[in-house]
Design a protein around this ligand. Sequence first.
Ligand SMILES: Cc1cc2nc3c(=O)[nH]c(=O)nc-3n(C[C@H](O)[C@H](O)[C@H](O)COP(=O)(O)OP(=O)(O)OC[C@H]3O[C@@H](n4cnc5c(N)ncnc54)[C@H](O)[C@@H]3O)c2cc1C
Length: 346
Amino acid sequence: MTYQVTVKPSGHTFWAEENETVLDAGLRQGVALPYGCRGGMCGSCAATILSGQVHYPFGEPQGLTPAEMENGKALLCMAAALSHLEIDSPQVGAEPDIEVKTLPVRVEKMRKLAADVMELTLKLPASERLRFLAGQYVDILLKDGKQRGFSLANSPLDDSFLELHIRHVPGGFFTSHVFNEMKEKALLRIRGPLGSFYIHESERPIILIGGGTGFAPLKGMLEQMMAQGLEKPVHLYWGVRAKPDLYMDSVVRSWVSRHPRLTYVPVLSEPQPQDNWQGRTGWVHEAVAADFPDLSAYDVYMSGPPPMINAAKKAFLAQGLAEAHLYYDSFEYSPDTLKAMQEDKA
Ligand SMILES: Cc1cc2nc3c(=O)[nH]c(=O)nc-3n(C[C@H](O)[C@H](O)[C@H](O)COP(=O)(O)OP(=O)(O)OC[C@H]3O[C@@H](n4cnc5c(N)ncnc54)[C@H](O)[C@@H]3O)c2cc1C
């Protein structure tokens, strides 16, 4: 069966087969539905079902509470239509129209930024440019249809190369390859730009929160905002375990010295004696919550590990942040890994 999906308030319509996710159907037909992990975890693709019915033939999403489901919320990356649908997804239509390309890239440079973080500088073919918005990500395409998402750490103002900050995940298929085998000049295939994590036009002051390599997309955003003059207050919080994990601390401090509207608060969760750390400690989202008891006037952008994102979402919404002003990329594992992990558990 094929069902019609109508998106409100934009009025876009598309058709969904019963054996595909609503997200896949929309993207296939050029409707820019928002999404992040594509594995039912991060919640970026959440929409409200205004009429009709969906189900989850590919597994129940972990990123929705039973109460949210009861209130009609669905995660479109996992949901399939059981009838014609009317869905509420306010971001659709507000998305800029940027072509998603699949391109070969060459690893121009590899630089170890910390014990478990590698910077990759990727060079595009001479005749190609990748149009993207600061903060978006690309998928690295591997064999057997596998893909791994990594945020773009540079701004599109200099798009002759792409910069990635890759954390080594112990036992991880691709990141172990990067750390143990990959050499400069290696060839990769990428697909992008992807995702809706980029700066949205607004007059409101901004809080940026990065956990670990969650700093990467924020770096791209900041480079772009600084190039445009940084006219409103921007507060950057960067949470890591110990001091060496602040792998671009001196770069950020040099930005702060040149941009009076930019503030920077590094937060260590496990400072080591040799760090001789006098700064903030604990979880980065708790530092933000303590410094901004009322978040109702802010736009918040955060990226990093899923536990940080989930805890921060809860804390910030309780402190007055409007859901519409919270933007995030949750660094989930790839859909194939999440699926394999779920199958192993079952
Ligand atoms: C939008 C987005 C942007 C991102 N940006 C960044 C970024 O800028 N920088 C960054 O460092 N990361 C980023 N990530 C996270 C990054 O994509 C993952 O860390 C990466 O996919 C890991 O790939 P891998 O092949 O090394 O690990 P995988 O092979 O996917 O394995 C991940 C973990 O799962 C375990 N595992 C795998 N299979 C199983 C199984 N069957 N049972 C049990 N355990 C299993 C592995 O041992 C390992 O610990 C981003 C993620 C998203 C979604």
